[in-house]
Each structure stands twice: as structure tokens, then as C-alpha cells.
Design a protein around this ligand. Structure first.
Ligand code: ZN
Length: 506
């Protein structure tokens, strides 16, 4: 009975987190602006309740009984994994004093406004005091969490457990060595034409086409839906209600289409998690108290990047589906063939803004942020030198001269939310996507499927090796089981080199 009662208790924590997520979905898709203040309080209340329920003495008693009851099962059994993860989550949360959690939430609620104004006016000085406070608070939190090498390791733990400043160094070095010469060579080539992507594409037709493609890839709309938002996201409350959002820009058509394919990848992870994990910690990220699912943010991101980039931006995909796209938008795409379209949606153009960057230059935006955040946290970089350090890295990695802080250090929303340490998962996701796709496509059934627009074999392989496990394994355990080794950038680098050498004739 001990284990069953404990699971029910965890189900309640899960219910609170999922209720909070529904409020969050509504806030970002449907809620009138007037509801913002009250909604923030409602969400904060549910988060606090979930945390309190998790760390309560009574929960710990349930956990102890469950641990005793399951002690004879194998260490890697589902039961013992759940107990161990919950113990870790409780210890993590108890290490951070409530006052600091409260302070971070407060900084987050005032931060957004201060940052938005500073960004609009490109005025770092007006945001700097708040940034100083955010950094000081995060240093304090890092000390509470504890770390072996670098304080930044403690801050990344919530998002990418096991990753550290030291472990990222060889990964980043390999990416720079592999990609910098490629970006430079592409800069000397004629870019593909993209003019036709900037024509007005009617919003409804864009959404309908994007959803049609999402369904082809396996997204089950009986257990999901697509809505419009400002910042696209995927969110789930159970595997049977997994929602995605996109934004539509009628002057840059790829945004909603590839944004939808990206969120579809996230959604498949949730929709194909083992049904037995419903309402258990294996379907919910307890450490972050986020109902995100997945073993790490990077692992989750691997699924979105795989479907967006390896499937959605492949030549094969557009050889198969361009006809349908052309039928949907005959005027906008008049005189444009599949090959021209495929090249256009893969144009490489180093830019200042991370969220607008292409597949090839994206990781440089991440590497510079991780390097700068780590230096801010260990105080080797003072905030007063931040723009100079940022701009020097943009020059080094992307060959661009940053004209102002709006296009530089002030562009990301992240620091205004009180959070530091959230960036590396995007690059981990890219690398992991390359590795998984490379292994999956050694299976001829999957390759034949991709050549015939049958995406079921790929989806089934990913479900078998990734989706169904939920949060059961660590990221590297998952990779080892699926590909025979831990995180390895070689397949990702090979994919980028092959693809962009082809497009740009290098
Ligand atoms: Zn994503």
C-alpha cells in the first residue's frame, strides 16, 4: 500500500502543476490583457501549493514507506526510479530557502517591464541594476544548491542535469571548429533567393497547411490542438491533451510553418509517453516544478529540432510536399519550384537576433550566451563590461558589428525573468537531434518511409527509444540506449556540413 499511496500523493502534485499549466496556456492564447495581474497570482498560488505539497512532511513519510516497500526491486525499476527522483526533487527544493524563491518571483514580475522599456530604448543602464540583482540572487541560489566545479553548473542543473561549464567546453570547441569555416565559406557565396517568402500568405491557409503537415508527422489532433500566440510553445496536461501554438507573419511565411513543425516535435514526445506514467513524476518535471516532461530540456528540444530541421527542412520533404503547398498558395509561389523553395527555407544569414537565426548559425548565439552567463555568475565579467564582451563574441562568431544593445545584450527576455542558466539546452537539443536522426536512419524501413512521406516508422522508432520513457532515464542514459553512446556532436556536424555544402556548392 505504501507505494500506491505515495503515487497518489504525487498524482496530486501533478494535478496542481497541470492546472497551473492550463492557466498558462489560456494566458498565452486566449486571455484578454486585463486578466494579467490576477492570473499571475493564480499561477503563483498553484506553484507554491505544488511545491509545499511536494516537500511536506507527510509526503516524505509516504516516500519513506514507498522506498521501504520497493527496496527489493531492481535499482533501475520504474518504482525505485520514481522514488529516487522524488527524493532528489524534495532535497533540491528544500535547499533553496523560500525567501530566495520569493525574491526570484518578485524580480521576474517587475523585471519584464523594466527590460521591455530598456530594450525599446536600447538603454542597458536602466536595466543594469536589476540585472546585477538577478545575478547576485542567482549566485546565492547556486551556493544553496551546491556544485563541484563552477557556480553556473548549479544553475544549469534544473534545465540540463549533469551538464557543467567544464563538460560544455569540448562540445563547444568541436562545434566552433566544425562550423566556423563553413559559415565563413557560405558568406562568400551567392545567397538563395527568398523574395517569394515575403509575399502575403493568408493566415487561415497558413495555419491549415501547417496543421496538415503536423498531422502527417504523427501529431494526433484528437489529443491536441493548434492555436495562435505571440511566442510559440507546446504544453501538455496529460498525454491525451497536448497543445501547440504558432505565430503567423504574413510577410515571412516560414515562421508559422517551421514553428509548427518544431512544436509538433515537442508534442510527439508528450503524446507518446507511456500511458502508465500518467500523473506520475515520470511525466512531469518535478525538479523545475514545470509540467514539461522529458529527461532534460535539451532532450525535449531534440525532438522539436529533429522534426523541424532534419525532417521539415530536408530536400526530400519538399520534393514530396511542395506540390500541396503550391496548390495552397498558387499566386504567392508562382514560378517557384520545390528546389528553389527548399533552398530559400535553408538560407544562411548571420544576424544579430537569436530567435531569427538559421539552423547553421543558431548555436553561435547559444555558445556566446552560455560563455557570458558563466562569466557574469563567477564575476570574471562585470555588468559594466557586458556589451563589450557580447559584441566581441558576435564579431568573432558571426562576423557582425553590433550597432546597439537592443540588437545585442538586451534582446533576450530570459534575464528579466530572474532566471540564469537556461540557454545550453538549445544546442544540446540540436546535437542530440543529429545523433538520434543519424541512428534512426540506419534502419532501411525508416529511410524508405521518409522517401514516401510515410513518417510512421520514424515516429515509432522515436517512441520506442525516446518518447515512451518520459523522464525515466537521464539524457545520456537515453542516448546510450538509443545510439550506443553519450552525447556526440559528430553526426550533427556531418549533417550540417553535408546539407550546406550541397546548398551553397562548397
Ligand atoms: Zn523548442
Amino acid at each position: 500500500m505504501g507505494y500506491k499511496a505515495f503515487l497518489e500523493r504525487m498524482g496530486e502534485v501533478n494535478d496542481l502543476l497541470c492546472a497551473k499549466s492550463i492557466l498558462s496556456w489560456d494566458e498565452r492564447t486566449m486571455m484578454p490583457r486585463g486578466g494579467a495581474d490576477t492570473r499571475a497570482k493564480q499561477q503563483a498560488t498553484l506553484t507554491v501549493l505544488a511545491r509545499d505539497h511536494l516537500v511536506a512532511d507527510e509526503t516524505r513519510r509516504f516516500l519513506e514507506r514507498a522506498e521501504a516497500e520497493t527496496a527489493n526491486l531492481p535499482e533501475d525499476s520504474v518504482e525505485r526510479t520514481i522514488c529516487a527522483q522524488v527524493r532528489e526533487a524534495i532535497e533540491y527544493h528544500l535547499r533553496i530557502p523560500a525567501a530566495l524563491v520569493h525574491k526570484r518571483a518578485e524580480l521576474g514580475s517587475v523585471g519584464h517591464h523594466v527590460w521591455a522599456k530598456a530594450r525599446a530604448e536600447s538603454d542597458l543602464a536602466s536595466f543594469a541594476p536589476l540585472l546585477e540583482e538577478t545575478l547576485a540572487l542567482n549566485r546565492e541560489i547556486a551556493e544553496c544548491i551546491g556544485y563541484e566545479g563552477h557556480p553556473y553548473d548549479a544553475l544549469m542543473y534544473r534545465f540540463e542535469p549533469g551538464e557543467s561549464v567544464a563538460s560544455l567546453q569540448p562540445l563547444f570547441a568541436a562545434l566552433k571548429e566544425g562550423l566556423l569555416p563553413l559559415v565563413k565559406a557560405i558568406g562568400e557565396k551567392e545567397p538563395p533567393r527568398v523574395d517569394f517568402l515575403q509575399r502575403p500568405f493568408p493566415v487561415e491557409a497558413q495555419l491549415a497547411f501547417a496543421l496538415k503537415m503536423a498531422r502527417k508527422l504523427g501529431y494526433d489532433t484528437d489529443r491536441g490542438r493548434l492555436d495562435l500566440t505571440v511566442h510559440p510553445f507546446e504544453i501538455s496536461f496529460t498525454r491525451n491533451d497536448v497543445r501547440i501554438t504558432t505565430r503567423v507573419n504574413d510577410e515571412w511565411m516560414p515562421k508559422s510553418l517551421f514553428g509548427t513543425l518544431h512544436e509538433t516535435g515537442h508534442a510527439l514526445y508528450e503524446q507518446f509517453c507511456d500511458p502508465a506514467y500518467t500523473r506520475t513524476p515520470l511525466a512531469t518535471d518535478l525538479v523545475g516544478l514545470y509540467a514539461v516532461g522529458g529527461v532534460s530540456f535539451g532532450a525535449h528540444e531534440s525532438q522539436s529540432r529533429l522534426f523541424e530541421n532534419h525532417v521539415g527542412r530536408s530536400r526530400e520533404f519538399w520534393e514530396l510536399h511542395y506540390g500541396e503547398l503550391h496548390d495552397t498558395f498558387p499566386e504567392q509561389l508562382a514560378g517557384v519550384d520545390a528546389e528553389t523553395f527548399w533552398r530559400a527555407v535553408n538560407r544562411v544569414e548571420p544576424g544579430f537576433i537569436r530567435v531569427l537565426s538559421d539552423e547553421l548559425t543558431y548555436d553561435f548565439h547559444i555558445m556566446l550566451r552560455v560563455e557570458i552567463e558563466a562569466a557574469l555568475i563567477d564575476e570574471s565579467l562585470p555588468v559594466s563590461d557586458l556589451p563589450e564582451a557580447w559584441n566581441a563574441k558576435v564579431e568573432e562568431y558571426l562576423g557582425l558589428d553590433v550597432p546597439n544593445d537592443r540588437l545585442g545584450v538586451l534582446q533576450d527576455v530570459h534575464w528579466s525573468s530572474g532566471q540564469v542558466g537556461t540557454f545550453c539546452n538549445y544546442t544540446i537539443g540540436n546535437v542530440m537531434a543529429g545523433q538520434l536522426f543519424d541512428t534512426a536512419t540506419t534502419d532501411p524501413r525508416i529511410r524508405e518511409g521518409l522517401a514516401e512521406a510515410d513518417y510512421l516508422p520514424l515516429r515509432e522508432w522515436l517512441t520506442e527509444h525516446v518518447h515512451r520513457h518520459g523522464r525515466r532515464y537521464t539524457r545520456n542514459q537515453l542516448l546510450e540506449k538509443a545510439t550506443g553512446r553519450t552525447l556526440d556532436p559528430a553526426p550533427y556536424l556531418a549533417h550540417l556540413t553535408r546539407k550546406y555544402s550541397d546548398i551553397y556548392g562548397i
